[in-house]
Design a protein around this ligand. Structure first.
Ligand code: KG4
Ligand code: ZN
Length: 336
């Protein structure tokens, strides 16, 4: 079965073809980061318009790279939500319009399910069941995953998502958008002893998170240096970045270990944009090795938003439930 995946929930347009026999045949991605950078964050209207410009050329490229004719597609999966309403509508209309034109069934995919299953695209995929840490710009969740569609939410953030904390703290340090990779690179040069920032809910018994206090702690440190990040010397910025990264990584690692212990599972899967973070990966690997747990990551290119994870999630859904895709082309999106 050949599934086309369409992702357009935020600032990446992603198209991909996944075949249940042959695996991922091709994928194409356009990131709008450069366009949004000058505004310090994603501008929804600009995002929607750019998805419109990019979707069809990326579709053509994906078909050409896979040496596939559009008629050979068996089903079309698109991100139905959560995400920016206008951006989601572009992907949904492309998918449903194409479905109608080609007389192929379509199905809406939950964006987080795409992230959650993305580590299964790797050459050495994890077996079910596993614990999944989903850390993106919009979500921070710990899930127990027993199979495709069998997900139990164990804990989540009560306020900011991990990626949001990265982005907001980076902005406070004047590092631009998106801040996650930038603050992470800067932290490499920081002194870990310079700033001890709070580790919210580290010792709480449950598996929930809270990161808004950590962002406020960064703000407090920045204010101690004067009115803006421009007054902070480069070394001190690196020290603050290091304090922030160490704190957030400590919390994420500790909660993952608690989830594994509580459920008695041995495998941990990391998904979402923050899963690309080098410090988080190193700390998780060390903590897991000590306890003989296995950790699985998506390929770096599939950590952030992409079409491959949507095509794959669509294919997995259809394998479990062949009638999940329908020839019904009226569409709605679910931004929340
Ligand atoms: O999964 P994703 O592409 O989009 C959402 O569904 O939100 O995640 C984007 C988030 C952003 O907050 C970005 O700053 C963060 O992932 N991110 C990182 C890194 N790469 C991306 N955070 C920390 N370190 C990174 N290397
Ligand atoms: Zn995402």
């Amino acid at each position: 079965m050949l599934v086309l995946g369409v992702e357009s929930s935020c600032d990446e347009t992603g198209l991909a073809l996944y075949d249940t026999e042959r695996g991922l045949l091709a994928h194409a991605l356009h990131s709008q980061i450069a366009m949004h950078q000058e505004y310090g964050g994603v501008v929804p209207e600009l995002a929607s318009r750019d998805h419109i410009r990019r979707a069809i050329p990326l579709l053509r490229q994906t078909l050409a790279d896979a040496h596939v004719q559009a008629q050979e597609i068996d089903a079309i999966a698109y991100t139905q939500g959560p995400g920016l309403a206008g951006a989601l509508l572009v992907g949904a209309s492309v998918a449903c319009g194409l479905g109608l034109a080609l007389d192929k069934p379509v199905l809406g995919i939950h964006h987080l399910e795409g992230h959650l299953l993305s580590p299964l695209l790797a050459s050495k995929p994890p077996r079910f069941p596993f614990i999944a840490l989903l850390v993106s710009g919009g979500h921070t969740q710990l899930m127990r995953v027993d199979g495709v569609g069998r997900y139990e939410l164990l804990g989540e953030t009560l306020d900011d998502a991990a990626g949001e904390a990265f982005d907001k703290s980076a902005k406070l340090l004047g590092l631009g958008y998106p801040g996650g990779p930038a603050i992470s690179r800067l932290a490499e040069f920081g002194d870990p002893a310079a700033y001890q920032l709070p580790r919210p809910m580290l010792h709480s018994k449950n598996l929930d998170f809270s990161f808004s206090g950590l962002k406020t702690a960064v703000l407090t440190v920045v204010k101690q240096h004067g009115s803006s990040s421009a007054n902070i010397c480069e070394q001190d910025k690196a020290n603050i970045a290091r304090g922030f990264v160490d704190a957030i990584v400590d919390v994420l690692v500790a909660k993952c270990m608690t989830a594994l212990k509580q459920t008695n599972l041995k495998r941990l899967v990391i998904a979402g944009g923050v899963g690309a973070n080098a410090q988080l990966r190193a700390a998780l690997d060390a903590a897991a090795a000590k306890r003989r747990y296995e950790v699985f990551y998506p390929e770096l290119q599939f950590c952030t938003d992409n079409g491959a994870m949507i095509a794959f999630a669509g294919a997995m859904r259809l394998r479990e439930q062949p009638d999940a895709a329908r020839k019904e082309y009226g569409f709605g999106v679910r931004p929340r």
